[in-house]
Design a protein around this ligand. Sequence first.
Ligand SMILES: [Cu+2]
Length: 93
Amino acid sequence: MKHWILATVLACTTSVWAAPDWTQARIIKIEPDKARVTLKHQRIKSICMEAMAMPFKVEEAVNLETFREGQKVRFTVTEKNSHLVVDQMESTK
Ligand SMILES: [Cu+2]
């Protein structure tokens, strides 16, 4: 989880943790028991993270049971206790 800190420092000097933007992604793996989802995401503008595949923690408001692997979604992330957490996710199809 260190890569995003570096990306933020290098590319983001002003809009760190700005208002969340929706980012497009595809679900690679869902682990509801761990409240974790692995997403292949597009560039996340709000935190200046380039496109990549990575696991995210998910807030309780997001019900992972309603998603499936391979699904196209959009999501937003926020920072919580210096971790990135998906706080909104919805199907785009
Ligand atoms: Cu990432």
